[in-house]
Design a protein around this ligand. Sequence first.
Ligand SMILES: NC(=O)c1ccc[n+]([C@@H]2O[C@H](COP(=O)([O-])OP(=O)(O)OC[C@H]3O[C@@H](n4cnc5c(N)ncnc54)[C@H](O)[C@@H]3O)[C@@H](O)[C@H]2O)c1
Length: 393
Amino acid sequence: MSKEQLSVAVIGAGMAGRSHANGYREANTIHGAGLPPIRLAAIADVNVKLAKEVADRYGFEDAAGSWEEAANDPSIDAVSIVVGNSLHREIAEAMLAAGKHVLCEKPPSNSIEDAEAMVKIASQSNLVASTAYSFRRNPAIEAIRDLIADGSLVNPVLVDARYLADYATDPKGPMGWRFRGEMGTGALSDLGAHIIDLAEYVCGPIVSVSGAQLTTTITERHLPIGNVIGHDMAELSEETEPVTNDDTAIFTATFDNGAVATIRTSRVAFGLPNDLVLTVTGTECRAEFDWKRPAEFVVSDMQPDARTRGDRVVYVAPNTSRVFDDAVPMPGGNISFGYGDLFTYEIRVFIDEILEHPSALPRNADLTDGLHTMKIVEAIKKSHEQGGATVKV
Ligand SMILES: NC(=O)c1ccc[n+]([C@@H]2O[C@H](COP(=O)([O-])OP(=O)(O)OC[C@H]3O[C@@H](n4cnc5c(N)ncnc54)[C@H](O)[C@@H]3O)[C@@H](O)[C@H]2O)c1
C-alpha cells in the first residue's frame, strides 16, 4: 500500500489511549524518512469530554463520542483499539470489515472464542491486525533476544520472569472493567500477558505450564461516581460489586527448547508500581532486563577470562540494538527513553507494515500471537483448577 497520507484514529482516550495518540504523533520523527504525513484524524471515546481533551492535547482533528463514527469514516485508514478487553472484538470486527488496519491492545479479548473470531476475520483480509505488546519494543529486550538467537548467549536453561504492580492494593480503589470477568482475566491477562509474551519472545514457545495458583485478595469494590481512567482513585458510591478475577497468579512453564521458568504476576504487590523483570540464565550465559532501568541490561558470558568474568551492564546505544537506531531525537549511547517511547516504536512498525515500507525492525505481534498468549492463560487457569497439574499449551 502506498499513500500520500495515512489517516489514523484512536478508540479509547484513557490511560493507554493517550500513549497511542502520542505514538501516532511521534511515529514520523524516528527511523528515517520515507513515510507520508500521518493525519491525526480522530480520538473516539464514549466520554466525549475526555476524547476532546486528548484530541486537543495530541493534535487530533476531531473528537468522537462513539467508535462507530470512526468505523463509518471512509477517510480513516488505521485505528488503535484501546478500550476494555471485552469490547475489543466488536470494534475490531467492524473496523476490519470497514477495511481499516487494526492495532488492538492486549489481550485481544477476554474470551478465546472472541479472539479466534478476530483472528479469523483478520486472516480473511489483507489488512494488518496487530496485538499491542509494547514491552517487545524495548531496545534492551530486542538486544537480549538477538544475542540468544545468534548464539552469543549460549544454552539458556532457566527463566525467571515477573510483572508485579500495586495499582489494586488499595481496597478503596474503584470497581472497573479490570476487576470483572472469569479467573485468569485479572492480573494474569492484564500484566501477565505482557511477561508471558516477553518470555516467549526472548526464549521461544512455551509448551506446558504447571504449579499454577491464582488468588483474589480484595474480593469486592465500590462502584465509582462518575468516570474513571486507568488506575485512578475516585469518589465512591455505596454500591459494591464482587471482584470475580485474579489479583495474583504464579506458575512454572517449560519451553520447547527445554528451558524452564518461574513466572509471577500481581496487581496487589505493595510498593511496586511497575516492576517487570526478565532474567535468563544458562550454563554459559546470564542476561537480565529490569524495567526500573529501561535503557540498559545485564549480560554475563564466557568472553572475559575467568579472573574478570561476571555481570556487565550494557547501556543501550544505536549499535546495541537495531530498534534503537535513530529512535530518539538525540542519538547516542545511554540516552534513555520512557514507556511512552515504546508505543511510538510499536506504532512506527505498525505504519511501516501497513505501507509495506522497508524496515529493519521486527514486526509487531499479530492477533494470532495475542490469541496464543490467551491459550497459555487458559492452560494456567486449568492448572490452577487441577491443583497445579501440568497442562500442555
Ligand atoms: N500496553 C500497555 O502497556 C497497556 C497499558 C494499559 C492498558 N493497556 C490496554 O489498553 C486497553 C485500555 O486500557 P486503559 O487502561 O487505557 O483503560 P481506561 O479504562 O483507562 O480507558 C478506557 C477508555 O475506554 C472508553 N470506553 C469505554 N467504552 C467505550 C466504547 N464503547 N467506545 C469508546 N470508548 C469507550 C472509556 O470511557 C475510557 O476512557 C486495555 O485493553 C488494556 O489491557 C495496555
